[in-house]
Design a protein around this ligand. Sequence first.
Ligand SMILES: [Zn+2]
Length: 505
Amino acid sequence: MRVFAMTARVVLAGISHETNSFSSVPTDRAAFEASALVEGEALRTAFAGTNTEIGGMIEGARRAGFCLVPGLFAWALPSRPMSRALFDGLLDRIARLARDSAPVDGALVVLHGAMVVDGVPDADAAVVGAIRGAIGADRPVVATFDLHANLSPALVAACDMLIGYRTNPHVDMAERGAEAVARLADLLTGRRWQRAFRKLPLVSVSQTQVSADEPMRSIMRERDETVAALGLAGASVAVGYPYADVPQLGMAVLAYANDADVAAAGADRIAQAIWSRRDDFVPEVMPVDVAIAAATARAASRPGPVILVDVADNIGGGTPGDGTVALAGLLAAGAREAAVVLWDPEAAERACALGAGARFVGAVGARTDRFHGDPVAIDGTVVFAGRVHYRRSGPWMTGQLAQLGRVARIDVDGIHVVVTETRILPYDTQHLEAVGLDPRRLRFIVVKAAAGWRTPFEPLMSTCFYLDTPGAHAPDLSRFPFRSRPRPLYPLERDATWDGAGASP
Ligand SMILES: [Zn+2]
């Protein structure tokens, strides 16, 4: 065994973007600056101790005795495809910093796996390619990806190992980052693995991808049992991100082992478990008025709020977060003690200028497009107005600073309309508490999310309903004008078949 552990120099870099091809939310430099556009030692300051891949990599590298050389990391919330010019600029910077770090022994790369860039066929693979080009093609590279990745053969081939999240809502980012460091340490001692990659003609949507629910619970258990039974070096499931219109759209399985046949057997076993449950990935949704009527009946009989999941306007999936169809439904139904958060910088600025106690008369929401409803006229009282920021105390991105910008709460006949300057992922309850709302005392909470809302809200809710609203993250995929996706894909093509054959990059 080579003695490297105390001296190995390892580059850490990446770009993480989940791209919604149907979104009108821009993916510009400001979008990255709003989430993360950090390089060098600032990366350590921003992420050390957080439940992120980078947090786990920093801690793992410390334990492994690696000399970690932070490069550039860029992360933006899901939104439309990035321009080639912006992407090339980020890639040049990543490559330059990696070259400046030479000589290095290997690299840790943080990806999402569902990034789309105008004019670049496989952007995630291009990120790994740029890093390899900078540090030397023979240096090992381990990359992490989000469970929602659309893995391609090119990306699989570009990495010595790819490691995906195993939870949804995602809570294992730091663990996967630490795992990436451990596998890179193996590679640096000279270990190499055979891999098997299986791409399924199957597309699934967010609400059927929750790891604690069926069918994902059984599938992830099959993954764990297969790893243990066959002694795999690693195995990941990618459930895919259905709103990225790319040839690699769909679910996939990846397995690593010392022996090629063992890797293939492992990947086949997990992939067959997914294919056999394909009907369970078809979602159930309710029209807004039906859901509100059912929620009203439920709210009267059980404590805790009813969560109305506006999955078509899932901010974490690349939508504006200003969709008004659920708010209009609540107003029409005369609902009380309901909270709706809308991304609306104009209304937030106006309400903040008016100040707490003032009357607010005007339209809110639907600033971005008509795909998510029409602006809704409200007449209410500004109850809270001001800038909001806090450290995240929930399980998602724990410890990270959340900057909400200007926020106002306008109460309209018992409906609390919260308008915000930045888009708020409802993955904690702090954004409601910050404006004086106790989520436990509300009867209805509209969340603009698919699965990430569950971690904070499931413990306190009475029940939940998924709404059938329009939007760039609508669960009915037949509404979308795909051009590049593979065909067939179950359930869009109900007669899709799969012979179990896999691409072998
Ligand atoms: Zn994800």
